[in-house]
Design a protein around this ligand. Sequence first.
Ligand code: SF4
Length: 381
Amino acid sequence: MELVDLISLRPVPCAGVLLMLTQRCPLHCAHCSTASTMAGPQTDAAALRRLVDSFGPENRPELVMFTGGEPLLRPGLVTELARAAAARGVRTALLSGMFFARHERVAPHIQEAIRSVDHFSASLDREHEREVPRAEVLRTLATLLDDGMAVSLHLTGHGADDPYLAEVTAQVRREFGDRVPMLVNEVRAVGRATSWATAARIVTGPDEASESTPDRTRVLPCAMAAWPVVAADGTVLACCGQDAVDRRPAPEHLLLGNIADDDWPTLRERAMNSPELRMIRALGPLHLRSRFGDGDAGPDDYCAACLALPQSTDLPAIRAFGAGPAGELLDRHATRTQAEAGPVALMRRFGCAKYAELVAPSGVSSGVSSGVSSGAPGGPR
Ligand code: SF4
């Protein structure tokens, strides 16, 4: 399963689920806003098993993504969950900081965990290279490629013109050609738990950089509200943004439940049918504030506006609008539009636009259905 396949599913509600297996990480990257340390909490393994066991033939995501912290600190759990997911027809992907690449040999239980997933992605950036040398990361990726694994790199830089990004992407193209697709993001206060196929910076319009006055009423769907995210304390949110994942109590309009109590059908039903989530996915928070709230007042920042929706808007009015057939239709339309635009267009908006095409280098094409051709968000149920 290639990177382009994963990103093709990203705008489809409940086509994927992000499982944060731990908030622990042995690395000390300066920019890691999850503040992951070896003292961080571990997600309850039994609850994770129950969640995966609750996937049914007609009601399951297409993809489970393992994140952290560093998910390979729990290699046995990765292997177990990946096999359980595969037995239910669900594919898996994993994002790692590759702490193990610092050693000559990769421990057998980590190798087994990596080989149990359908896609392996390594995160890399300037700060990260102080912890794990780039040469070791690329050497390990080469070994995985030789073994037939689908791999990718998740790169982060300080803006589109960061020379680091130009240099590392050129090296990867030189050494691997099209065999290692790259998802390029820009640094902001997000950590690895939320950075997999998600937004480092949500661009509020294609020509935002040249606009002196951004249009604060524009309809801008949020694809990042499409997949449930399981945080380390078991809380399940509709949003992968670090602010939402970390905030307790969780923002009520983004809260789906907790894996201690809720199975996949329950979480999916809430995610698909929540009127306010439909409206965030379909119209975006700035338009909702403009239409149902205090107009153009409040933060310009897309996600800050979203987190403030309960205070800045008439949330019951949003719910009333999103609960009807119009809300469902708008949600379907936004999903279809974003899926049809394709993964490169999605990354132009949710990643670093200059490098968006690297998610789908020539010769690597999406082999998955977005599940929206029939107009049914979510693909498999
Ligand atoms: S707009 Fe809302 S749902 Fe979307 S990423 Fe931002 S905080 Fe999350």
